[in-house]
Design a protein around this ligand. Structure first.
Ligand code: NAD
Length: 389
């Protein structure tokens, strides 16, 4: 056995623990620069409450920016410039509050504000620009997730999009794991059912893909099993009743575990195809992963039968099926879950056309696809995607 395991330094998890944000933030600095990832957090008073709780703990704060879309190169460059004008240096730290989009923007800006070899994040992204490395420590960062999906609060990368040219790439460094995670599942109660469904399936996809990845490791696998046992029954409940404390707690915990798992073990085909589905077809990340998950499980079945059976038995210890039967039953269970929560079965329902397939195949060859448990040649991936039209 031989592995490296990276994990967040501080995780504070629990219902209504948002109230502790001031006390927790005091360990990071005296002045908070806030980046948020949803207009709902402005309209439902969460941002106002955040600033008031910080103030009561003696921390001054400034709300820098809200985005309600997946962050682009231009967002990171623009917000980094604003931060440079507002930052005073010692005592400053960032708070990223929102879904994966807001947290990723905050993560990228926390790194870019201290690494200024180039004016644009483009030059630091994997495989594009000048290929610069992050050498300086990012500004301290607290991450407060408000969706239960990406686990970005626990990962070492920020995913940044560009639409012309079209790509989605990561800014990545072990130093980018947020210094402090405050995960209050109550914050996700305002997430509408459709977004709950697709972000939740992103977490389930991450738990599954990291479990079967070619880079899978024992510690993340244990986390994935725990996450799947929580998330698979909880997700339909969270979609049906967004105020359910148990469902929101289980989903938030599963998403957090999925972030730790993916950061250590990598992902696979569903997460390989999701970036070009985002940049070429404007499909939100979680939805892209959700539609791709059943077909990814089927494509890997020949090399993952044992792992699927292990997961199926963990979910149902009374299962008496053979490995082959258990693996098939597990894939059917995931398809049924998608159907139950309203995830479409095809990409054509999301507007994808046959003419886009060559770009989707070409755009899918990133870091995630390299974790897939078997190689999927271009011709096979083309056929798989054509089968979803
Ligand atoms: P998101 O952050 O884009 O949010 C989806 C929608 O939910 C937005 O409209 C947002 O306004 C809304 N929303 C967020 N919180 C809300 C709340 N509490 N109440 C009401 N509405 C709320 O979606 P996401 O799926 O969380 O993040 C997607 C992004 O994360 C993508 O860019 C994806 O590539 C990236 N990602 C990053 C990592 C990582 O490790 N860094 C991992 C997976 C995905």
């Amino acid at each position: 056995m031989n592995y490296d395991f990276f994990a967040p330094r501080q995780i504070h998890f629990g219902w209504d623990r948002f109230q502790e944000v001031g006390t927790l933030a005091a360990s990071l600095g005296t002045r908070a620069l806030i980046i948020s990832g949803s207009r709902s957090l402005e309209s439902n008073g969460v941002l106002e409450e955040l600033q008031s709780l910080l103030s009561r703990a003696g921390i001054t704060s400034e709300h820098i920016r809200t985005i309600s879309h997946e962050p682009e190169v231009k967002d990171v460059d623009h917000v980094t410039n604003i931060l440079q004008h507002h930052s005073h240096g010692a005592g400053d730290f960032l708070i990223g509050i929102g879904g994966g989009s807001g947290i990723d923007l905050a993560k990228a800006c926390s790194a870019m504000i201290t690494n200024r070899e180039s004016e644009t994040v483009l030059d630091y992204l994997e495989g594009v620009g000048q290929g610069l490395q992050l050498t300086e420590e990012p500004l301290p960062l607290m991450a407060i997730p408000t969706t239960a999906g990406t686990g970005s609060e626990a990962t070492k990368n920020a995913v940044i999009s560009s639409y012309a040219p079209a790509f989605k790439k990561s800014l990545r460094s072990p130093e980018m794991i947020p210094d402090l995670i405050l995960c209050d599942p109550k914050l996700a109660c305002s997430v509408p059912p459709e977004i709950t469904a697709r972000t939740g399936m992103d977490a389930i996809t991450q738990l599954l893909e990291s479990y079967i990845s070619s880079r899978a490791q024992p510690l993340p696998q244990a986390l994935s099993l725990q996450g799947l046992k929580l998330a698979i029954p909880a997700l339909p409940l969270a979609v049906e009743d967004g105020s359910s404390r148990t469902a929101r707690e289980n989903m938030a915990h599963a998403a957090l575990l999925s972030g730790i798992a993916l950061a250590n073990s990598g992902l696979g085909m569903a997460h390989g195809v999701a970036p070009p589905l985002g940049t070429h077809c404007r499909i939100p990340h979680g939805l892209a992963c959700a539609v791709m998950l059943p077909v990814t499980l089927r494509a890997n079945r020949s090399v993952c039968e044992t792992q699927y059976a292990e997961i199926a038995r963990h979910l149902d210890p009374g299962l008496t099926l053979s490995d082959a039967e258990a693996a098939d039953a597990f894939i059917d269970q995931i398809q049924a879950l998608n159907d139950q929560i309203g995830i479409p079965r095809t990409l054509s329902e999301l507007g994808v056309t046959p003419e886009q397939i060559p770009d989707l195949v070409a755009g899918s060859r990133g870091n995630s696809m390299r974790g897939n448990p078997r190689e999927i040649p271009d011709e096979e991936l083309t056929q798989i995607l054509q089968g979803l039209l």
